[in-house]
Design a protein around this ligand. Structure first.
Ligand code: FE
Ligand code: FE
Ligand code: FE
Length: 174
């Protein structure tokens, strides 16, 4: 694929995060299938639901742009997932494993924050130049939908920090 304009770069970014979000639904379910802390389980379950909504949001955006929803391989998310899974497999102690898993989940959130942050900025800029700004989705514009997902990722990042500090890290260190 050659990218020749800011619009195409933006589309590529959407495809990258679309691929990543689909991988994330799998890894969240994989984490939840293990024996993990109940509060961590509840957190991941809640974010799995948010992730499924984020995927639908991206599909709405693709359609508003006249594009078929499709992903492009995101090496970064594959690497983050693989690294986390390898580490978790090496840990026998359940509490220590929870701490490692939480940290891995949080690294994924940080990746999403950087990508959605960029996409919000690009959508805002493209909208200014009139290319995307007619694209209304109900009462929301593309930039607003991306901002909703960005806010969810930031909230999840903060919830993981709180959970780590209040509970998971303490149990792991005990
Ligand atoms: Fe997400
Ligand atoms: Fe990527
Ligand atoms: Fe997320």
């Amino acid at each position: 694929m050659t990218i020749q304009s800011m619009n195409e770069l933006f589309l590529h970014g959407l495809q990258d995060i679309y691929y990543a979000e689909n991988q994330i639904t799998k890894v969240l379910q994989e984490m939840m299938s293990q024996r993990i802390d109940t509060a961590l389980f509840d957190n991941l379950e809640h974010h799995l639901e948010e992730t499924q909504e984020q995927i639908k949001r991206l599909e709405q955006i693709f359609r508003a742009l006249g594009q078929t929803p499709q992903g492009v391989t995101c090496q970064a998310i594959l690497g983050l997932i693989e690294e986390g899974q390898e580490l978790v497999r090496e840990i026998e102690d359940e509490n220590v494993r929870d701490a490692a898993m939480l940290a891995s989940a949080q690294a994924i959130e940080r990746y999403e924050i950087t990508r959605y942050g960029t996409l919000v900025a690009w959508a805002d800029e493209i909208g200014r130049s009139g290319v995307v700004d007619q694209q209304q989705l109900g009462s929301l514009e593309i930039v607003d939908l991306l901002q909703l997902s960005l806010d969810e990722e930031k909230n999840q990042d903060a919830r993981l920090t709180a959970l780590a500090e209040s509970r998971i890290n303490r149990h792991a260190a005990a």
